[in-house]
Design a protein around this ligand. Structure first.
Ligand code: HDE
Length: 693
């Protein structure tokens, strides 16, 4: 029903809403049309408010209950719809529906998140990112709940509450929010040598992804594929970003948090909005028992990778995110993932971290969403076989039951169908999900396998595989984080562990802290030198991409800027696939050299250069003279230089660059060479702009 609403709804409470369009009539939750949405019901114009006002009570009551518990971890996130397309059939390896036919598409919903911060924290702390994918396959929902780092801090789920308590805000003071640089986190890490490999990743640029679209994803654990003949193959899952791997610089990410706390969710939203859909290849590492037994680590240990150079990643599909949710709460908040949600053809391994997760997620969803019926929330519903009901079973009732199943038979076996009544669904022994019948035997023990005991070889592998620029970032991150640790013995214990990773790393950290190196901690298993894996690099690694596609170029201009120069840069950026963003001291109509005016996309003070990938400065002599006295403009250029971005400028802008301390190098160019230069960061500049450990 639609009707136009009147300007002064009810008897007072003026509003300035437009009334010319047709709007649906505002009603209560129970459908009663509302005549006045501005005023409570009162006894007289200046009298007391009446308790009988159901319209007000319902509205405020619903509002009071708007918040649900935030996720205990991964509270802050954003999500998108899309599809998975099989590009290489795995029909011989798994019977999972989504991998059968080349070209076959499966709908997905993907949520990205930070781990430690609350829902209202920022997007760009140093933190692991969640990469959770719900595949709505024709044989049920499969949740691949992964991260952007292929290993984890702990080997056994028993330690998860301890890890998270140590990482989150300290119990007595309620801070720091979304940060690992504090005593309790490092205390825990220092006492858990098994966390050493993951902490190397956490201190690397991997925890500073530039955007969700430019990070890898990993299923982490070893899973099983099972084919139609019941044969099992072990599998590890990898998501490889089409936009390439790109991270931020620590100083940049800290400033981004202030400039735009929503930087990464905005980026995802805007990419999808402009049709620049984030895309990943899905790769698998497939192996058998014999391969597993031949490795110098246990494939069931989630603190270990299988280097890609040892076992190549085979690309079997692609993931495209092409639709933003209509409503953040209904979809992104209410989506609920469970690693225990499998489909025929995919099964778990005995990884004790994975096994522990199988219980935790269903448990937390019931708490968070308030009912065992959370699977009926649209974003969580199995879409099921074409034309069919999304799910059929005999589970009944519970809070917020949305279905009204027909018939008497809510038990099985039953024979009511013989009496012409509804008999209900039945199991399918031929095609239903079957657990892989792995042989198991042994005593019941609380024990860690001896094969999990090497905590340092892969941490060393990671360090030795890094580009020198990345090594400097890692050492500096340790120095920064440990500088925030106030208890000396914790710092020493961390350094004692680092000596088992690499003596030079430990020395650089000790130098950065101006502390003496302690003795190495006792390593249960002496680390070995594994062959370095260049695939682990971001900088100068196989997935680093020099491009403007998907990237934003900030163009700083002002009153009097040469109109043709401005137009030329803007067009050149567009032609190269980039997104030009015009930034000026005032956003309205900015007069240019030829008498025309143009509006800016953003104001200088609100759009610091940390928010863009490359920078152009196109100014007139007069504007430059003014802006050299404007802190925000000087800082804009100074940060662009310090964050190793390309800076293209016209001759008139040069004094601003000088004021900002910009020194000539191959990334500082005139406007003609700018677009080519803008496609990358200038890592070689870094030693000139900051002291690294
Ligand atoms: Fe999670 N994790 N986790 N986790 N996890 C949750 O489930 C848990 C682990 C991951 O966008 C919670 O719905 C345990 C590894 C992601 O909604 C909770 C253990 C990996 C998300 C939970 C782990 C992850 C979660 C909190 C140790 C990478 C966000 C809210 C055994 C493979 C999903 C929720 C989303 C969320 C438990 C370790 C990834 C409490 C017990 C390893 C991406 O159930």
């Amino acid at each position: 029903m639609t009707k136009s609403v009147s300007l002064n709804a009810g008897n007072g409470g003026e509003t300035h809403q437009t009334t010319d369009a047709d709007h649906p009539v505002l009603t209560t939750n129970h459908g009663t049309p509302i005549s006045d949405n501005q005023n409570q019901l009162k006894a007289g114009a200046r009298g007391p408010v009446l308790l009988e006002d159901e319209v007000y009570r319902e509205k405020i009551n619903h509002f009071d209950h708007e918040r649900i518990p935030e996720r205990i971890v991964h509270a802050r996130g954003t999500a998108a719809h899309g599809y998975f397309e099989c590009t290489d059939s795995l029909a011989d390896i798994t019977r999972a529906d989504l991998f059968q036919k080349r070209g076959q598409r499966t709908d997905v919903f993907v949520r990205f998140s930070t781990v430690a911060g609350g829902a209202g924290s920022v997007d760009t702390p140093r933190d692991v990112r969640g990469f959770a994918v719900k595949f709505y396959t024709r044989e049920g929902n499969w949740d691949l709940v992964g991260n952007n780092i292929p290993v984890f801090f702990i080997q056994d789920a028993m330690k998860f509450p301890d890890l998270i308590h140590a990482a989150k805000m300290e119990a007595d003071r309620g801070y720091p929010q979304a940060a690992t640089a504090h005593d309790t986190f490092w205390d825990f890490i220092s006492l858990m040598p098994e966390s050493t490999h993951m902490i190397m990743w956490a201190m690397s640029d991997r925890t500073l992804p530039k955007s969700f679209a430019t990070m890898e994803g990993f299923g982490i654990h070893t899973f099983r594929f099972v084919n139609r003949e019941g044969k099992s193959t072990f599998v590890k899952f990898h998501w490889k970003p089409k936009a390439g791997l790109a991270s931020s610089i620590w100083d940049e990410t800290v400033k981004t948090a202030g400039a735009d706390p929503d930087y990464q969710r905005r980026d995802l939203f805007e990419r999808i909005g402009r049709g620049d859909y984030p895309e990943w290849d899905l790769g698998v590492q497939l192996f058998d028992e014999e391969f597993a037994n031949g490795q110098p680590y246990d494939v069931l240990d989630a603190t270990k990778i299988i280097p890609e150079e040892v076992l190549p990643v085979r690309i079997v599909g692609k993931l495209v995110l092409d639709r933003y949710p209509d409503n953040f709460f209904a979809e992104t908040e209410q989506v609920a993932f469970c690693p225990s949600h499998l489909v025929p053809g995919i099964d778990h391994s005995n990884d004790p971290l994975l096994q522990g997760r199988l219980f935790s997620y269903q448990d937390t969803q019931i708490k968070r969403l308030g009912s065992t019926n959370w699977h009926q929330i649209p974003v969580n519903q199995a879409k099921g076989r074409e034309g069919g009901c999304p799910f059929h079973n005999l589970q009944r009732d519970g809070h917020m039951q949305m279905q009204s199943p027909k018939g008497r038979a809510n038990y099985e076996p039953n024979s009511l169908h013989l009496a012409g009544e509804i008999g209900g669904p039945r199991e399918d022994p031929a095609d239903g999900f079957k657990t892989y019948p792995a042989e198991e035997q042994g005593q019941k023990l609380r024990i860690r396998a001896e094969s999990f005991a090497d905590h340092y070889s892969q941490a060393r592998l990671f360090w030795r595989s890094m580009d020198p620029a990345e090594q400097a970032h890692i050492a500096s991150a340790f120095v920064f984080e440990l500088s925030k640790v106030s208890i000396e013995h914790i710092r020493l214990a961390v350094m004692a562990n680092l000596r088992n990773v690499d003596e030079e790393l430990a020395r650089r950290v000790a130098n950065g802290l101006a502390m003496k190196l302690p003795k190495a901690s006792a390593a249960k298993v002496a680390p070995i030198d594994m062959e370095p894996s260049p695939a682990l690099r971001i900088i100068r690694g196989p997935l680093e991409k020099h491009t403007l596609e998907g990237r934003t170029v900030g163009i700083l201009f002002a009153d009097g800027t040469d109109a043709s120069e401005l137009k030329k840069v803007k067009e050149a950026v567009k032609t190269a696939g980039g997104r030009p963003m015009l930034i000026a001291p005032k956003v309205g109509q900015v007069p240019l050299s030829d008498g025309s005016t143009i509006s800016a996309d953003a104001q200088l003070f609100g759009q610091p250069s940390v928010t863009v990938d490359a920078c152009a400065v196109v100014l007139s002599d007069e504007a430059t003279a003014k802006l050299t006295k404007e802190g925000a403009a000087v800082q804009w250029v100074m940060d662009a230089f310090a964050h190793l971005k390309a800076i293209g400028h016209n001759a008139a802008a040069k004094p601003l660059l000088d004021k900002a301390g910009v020194e000539p190098d191959e990334g500082v160019v005139d406007l003609n060479g700018f677009v080519e230069a803008a496609k990358k960061r200038y890592w070689d500049r870094e030693p000139n702009v900051r002291t690294l450990a």
